[in-house]
Write a protein that binds this ligand. Sequence first.
Ligand code: SF4
Ligand code: SF4
Length: 206
Amino acid sequence: MPPIPGSGLAKGLAVTLRTMTKRTVTAQYPDVQPELPPRSRGVIGLFEENCTVCMLCARECPDWCIYIDSHKETVPPAAPGGRERSRNVLDRFAIDFALCMYCGICIEVCPFDALFWSPEFEYAETDIHELTHERDKLREWMWTVPEPPALDPGAEEPKEIAAARKTADKLQAQEERVAQEAREAQGAQPGKEAQSGQAAEQEGQE
Ligand code: SF4
Ligand code: SF4
């Protein structure tokens, strides 16, 4: 049977009317930033203060796209009579994001919490060579890493926080002791002055 003239137009209008009333799902990026899930794998941030140059991340990376250079430095003994120690100093830490497959193995294996996922994703380049990012850039991304989610109620306090709290309490107690000693010393001073004043008065009367 030949198609009824104008039926195509009617079908098209029906589709238009149906979709006109539905909520739009088009993301207006870059005018509107997308709402990303909290654990998005955008880019890797480096907290280099925590990095001990153990090389575990570079060794475990399946793509061999982490480049680390370092040198050794001798550290003087902590106490007199102690032994000198040597430590690794980071010279270069770079990740080639043209090779990275975002598997997260480097972040998982880092024993010192120096690598983190950041949701930052706006680092596209027109030249593939510019996708190798050095430590300064990785450090900038570190500040875009979201805070970890709150612990479950009743969960054990992480040992790092417990240790930091212990140190902070110790420092506060020390500061309070010093302030108390200073207050006591100040309190003793006027007494002495008063005593010397009385002695001078007595001498004058004599
Ligand atoms: S996410 Fe995976 S591929 Fe990318 S640097 Fe880390 S270990 Fe290598
Ligand atoms: S595994 Fe962690 S501590 Fe070791 S080199 Fe990599 S980032 Fe640094």
